[in-house]
Design a protein around this ligand. Structure first.
Ligand SMILES: [Zn+2]
Length: 355
């Protein structure tokens, strides 16, 4: 599997070139990480008990990341103390199963706190060489980094803080070990299990995209998401609410029958400065949903209509294009019911990103 060079690889190349051509006096950074290391609490920090056996390691770097959910309660205590208590709780569950230590390499709490799982996992990750043998996915424990995400995501949506930390942690792991962002999987890809839940599993294509952006150093300087539950969203009573599809963004989405009427679902945002912005839509894609849903983008030069096939390609950000937007608070996007194609038109979330 080939993958694009990360900035770190490019810098390693630059250092090698610099050594070979060191006649100039050009200062070259000795190390430039593409991805900043997120804060990861070590076993000592969260108060792990000693392992009940010898931790095995392998010299080869892992070649993939496997995402799990803990299938435990979707607690609303997002504190650091609660995160550490959960890490101790998981370790005890795993002792109770007869394991020598926590099975996973890393854990992320619902409050977005990242923690080491099995002892020595953090040390080897920081070295970027070799790994601890885990106990999280049958057949993959020597080759995959396992991340447990606190909660049950069969129907619930991961909190934004958890998802954002998952992106950062995966990007850091990929950068340290030279793993491509495409090599992020769910537990169910390898074993017969519901893990990591339909909703988190449906988010994995987006996770790969977001991790790739972080690795390429193209994380935008300004971006905002307006969901159908956000204050910037407005729609009339003919737009009904559903949580039917696991590919939804957030708790639910709005849907309406297509009809040649002016009855828009609108998304407003405060644009920081006049300029070019990529506008994307997220919707659950289901056969039977509308194949020609009109999205209206209120560009500064005049509104533009982009038609979206909502019967497919859901559960990820779909680009509507790049548009010039004026500065200030404004309606940026609307979904219209005015289409002759059959099937529900869907208004879920939009993302606006400065380019
Ligand atoms: Zn799992």
């Amino acid at each position: 599997m080939s993958y694009p060079l990360s900035r770190r690889d490019v810098m390693r190349g630059a250092v090698a070139i610099g050594v070979g051509a060191a006649t100039g006096g050009i200062a070259i950074p000795s190390q430039a990480l593409a991805v900043a290391a997120p804060t990861i609490a070590s076993c000592a920090t969260w108060g792990a008990a000693a392992a009940q056996g010898t931790i095995s390691t392998v010299a080869a770097n892992p070649n993939k990341i496997i995402v799990h959910h803990t299938a435990s309660a979707n607690v609303t205590d997002y504190s650091l103390a609660a995160a550490y208590a959960h890490a101790r709780e998981i370790q005890q569950w795993h002792f109770d199963r007869g394991w020598i230590d926590s099975g996973q390499h890393f854990t992320i709490s619902r409050g977005g706190h990242a923690m080491e799982g099995r002892h020595r996992s953090l040390e080897l990750l920081q070295e970027g060489s070799g790994a601890v043998v885990g106990a999280h996915t049958s057949g993959q424990n020597s080759t995959a980094v396992g991340i447990e995400n606190q909660g049950l995501y069969t129907t619930a949506t991961p909190p934004a803080a958890l998802y954002d930390k998952l992106v950062q942690l995966c990007a850091y792991i990929c950068d340290q070990y030279g793993i491509a962002a495409t090599q992020i999987f769910g537990h169910r890809d390898y074993n017969a299990t519901a893990c990591p839940g339909d909703v988190l599993y449906a988010r994995l294509p987006q996770l790969r995209t977001d991790v790739a952006a972080a690795l390429n150093g193209t994380t935008p300087d300004w971006s905002t998401i307006v969901d159908n539950t956000s204050s910037g969203f407005a729609a009339g009573a003919n737009w009904l609410t559903s949580s039917y599809s696991a590919e939804r963004y957030g708790e639910n989405y709005r849907y309406a029958n297509p009809e040649e009427v002016s009855d828009l679902a609108t998304y407003a945002a405060t644009i920081p400065a006049a300029g070019s912005y990529q506008v994307e839509a997220w919707y659950p894609g289901i056969a039977g949903y509308n194949t020609s849903t009109p999205f209206i983008v209120y560009a500064s030069g005049g509104s533009q209509v982009v038609r979206v096939d909502q019967s497919t390609g859901g559960g990820a950000w779909a680009s509507l294009g790049t548009f010039s937007l004026a500065a200030g608070a404004q309606t940026v996007v609307a979904v219209s019911r005015w289409t002759t194609a059959t099937g529900y038109v869907i208004a879920d979330a939009v993302r606006i990103t400065r380019v």
